[in-house]
Design a protein around this ligand. Structure first.
Ligand SMILES: Cc1cc2nc3c(=O)[nH]c(=O)nc-3n(C[C@H](O)[C@H](O)[C@H](O)COP(=O)(O)OP(=O)(O)OC[C@H]3O[C@@H](n4cnc5c(N)ncnc54)[C@H](O)[C@@H]3O)c2cc1C
Length: 341
């Protein structure tokens, strides 16, 4: 008997889920498997802040329940980390050394926190907010926090600060230009953000930088380059998300900042595609690679990658009009070279 095709998707975000739906719609017999190192079915990552502040319930975070995967005959393997891919033998390895064979593979591993090398030594003092697990851990602690320090400057940090202010917290904010990667924050934009934050009585530090951090009996103390001392009960760290691809490096799949793919989202292996926040996509018009961010881009890329794997030739285009507005500055997240002020 001929073996069934096995489409394996690493990543259970919008890109991976959309790809799984396309495979199932177009191939009723194939095996479709999603692997995720998170312990929860598909949830709205961008609603995590609402969940944290208590404005929405756990239930409204969910996009899909276990039953939805079952109905579609999609195998969901949660809490399992892929540590290695062997493209020549079409096999991947999980952390517990289980081997999974695939016919075609979709890399949809999204982004992970990026720590500036100069602050890496202080990582143990930082709290993060990029996934459901972190939100769950933070939720009970939040009520006891009076003074928060936020180091960052990405889009999420600014939304997060607004949430803290609405909850009545006192916030000191280190606005770091590097935090917006892959978007370049100009001098004018940082000043614009800083002046708007200051208007809301958020202590915003623009041209000074943490050089030392201590844990004290009362919380944390940051010493800055200019010798200022900033105290807080907790330090939140947001410096953008970088493609989550460390485990792919060295496998033979081409990578740079992200997984390198052509305009059809194909890697250098014909049966391996990458999509969403982990992909670095060639743009024939710019003659350069780009990384897009955002939910809608990831969904569209998941769809395009799966359709192309099934034999179509769709060129990926950025989602139109996908603009984040942050403190009056519009950032086009679908095409990161364009920033409108
Ligand atoms: C707090 C927050 C707020 C946001 N707000 C917005 C917003 O307002 N609007 C917007 O458009 N976007 C927003 N985003 C960004 C948006 O959520 C992402 O762009 C989108 O989720 C990317 O989708 P993806 O499918 O590429 O990857 P992800 O959704 O990141 O999913 C990737 C999955 O792969 C898993 N994974 C990674 N490596 C492995 C491995 N080795 N083995 C197994 N599993 C692995 C990850 O754990 C993760 O579950 C926000 C993100 C965050 C964190």
């Amino acid at each position: 008997m001929q073996k069934k095709d096995h489409y394996v998707i690493i990543g259970n975000g919008p890109a991976g889920n959309r790809a799984s739906e396309i495979f199932r719609e177009n191939d009723k017999n194939a095996r479709v498997t999603i692997i995720s190192d998170e312990g929860f079915p598909f949830y709205y990552r961008h609603k995590l802040l609402d969940f944290l502040s208590g404005s929405i319930s756990d239930e409204s975070l969910q996009v899909k329940k276990h039953l939805d995967y079952k109905k579609n005959n999609i195998r969901l393997r949660l809490g399992q980390t892929v540590t290695k891919i062997d493209p020549a033998n079409r096999v991947l390895f999980l952390k517990h050394m289980e081997k999974i064979e695939y016919t075609s593979l979709i890399l949809a591993t999204g982004g992970t926190r990026s720590i500036l090398p100069s602050l890496a030594g202080f990582e143990k003092y930082f709290s993060f907010m990029t996934n459901y697990n972190e939100a769950l851990a933070l939720k009970p602690a939040l009520s006891g926090i009076k003074k928060a320090i936020v180091i960052g400057g990405d889009l999420i940090s600014i939304k997060f600060i607004k949430m803290l202010i609405n909850m009545g917290k006192d916030v000191s904010f280190f606005l770091c230009k590097e935090g917006f990667w892959p978007i370049e924050l100009t001098e004018k934009m940082s000043e614009n953000i800083a002046s708007r934050m200051k208007k809301e009585e958020i202590k915003t530090i623009l041209d000074d930088y943490p050089v030392n951090i201590f844990q004290t009996n009362a919380g944390y103390e940051i010493i800055t380059e200019n010798g200022e001392k900033i105290k807080g009960d907790i330090i939140f760290y947001f410096m953008g998300l970088k493609p989550d691809i460390d485990f792919i490096k060295g496998s033979g799949i081409d990578t740079a900042e992200g997984v390198l793919v052509d305009e059809y989202l194909k890697t250098n292996y014909k049966n391996i595609y990458a999509c969403g926040d982990c992909a670095q996509i060639y743009n024939p018009e710019f003659k350069d690679y780009w990384i897009s961010t955002g939910w809608d881009n990831a969904t569209l890329q998941g769809e395009t990658a799966a359709l192309n794997l099934l034999g179509e030739h769709k060129i990926i285009k950025p989602v139109p009009h996908k603009i984040f507005e942050v403190e009056g500055i519009k950032v086009n997240t679908s095409w990161w070279k364009e920033i409108q002020e």
